[in-house]
Design a protein around this ligand. Structure first.
Ligand code: ZN
Length: 171
């Protein structure tokens, strides 16, 4: 008989994540695709506990006039309906600190770890993720930050709309 191994939120991952992880590279490629499409350049990739990519996606608010398709939601959506067990031990790679909505999705599905490209552009639910027992890693990746800088410089109104703070576009 197989024993059910209880989910341990603070599971330790033997290898610390880096910008060379396939999951991170996929997330970054997604961000670049979004940038080339004229969208908010944020990408995400969900990797299961064995290192298999379950899905990836990028922010589609501009492209699809979507209210909810941030990179992480897009990624969950592209991964499709999965049993709850698929998320256990999984890592969500994202090029930017996840907002409240995306943080909520990661908490709800109980992913084990969130690896972000950077949080200089925006700080989302980093603290809340930790409080909920999810490991948070910031890769401090300059390329992710550069993509966002370029985008915000050219489309400040799209960015501040994306994070629900339109008044900041005027400052
Ligand atoms: Zn989000």
């Amino acid at each position: 008989m197989t024993k059910n191994i209880p989910w341990t939120p603070n599971m330790s991952h033997s290898n610390p994540p880096t910008s060379n992880d396939p999951g991170f590279k996929a997330a970054y490629q997604e961000a670049k695709t979004g940038f080339d499409e004229g969208g908010v350049p944020i990408g995400a990739c969900l990797v299961d506990k064995d290192g298999k990519i379950l899905g990836q996606g990028h922010n589609m608010r501009v492209q699809k006039s979507s209210a909810t398709l941030h990179a992480e939601i897009s990624c969950f959506e592209n991964a499709g309906r999965l049993p709850a067990s698929a998320y256990r031990g999984a890592t969500m790679y994202t090029t930017l600190s996840p907002c409240d909505m995306c943080t909520g999705a990661c908490v709800m599905y109980k992913v084990a770890r969130v690896v972000m490209g950077e949080n200089n552009t925006f700080v989302g639910g980093d603290e809340y993720l930790r409080q909920r027992g999810i490991e948070v890693v910031n890769l401090k990746n300059a390329e992710c930050e550069h993509l966002m800088k370029e985008f915000i410089k050219n489309h400040p109104e799209d960015w501040y709309e994306d994070i629900g703070e339109p008044e900041k576009a005027q400052q």
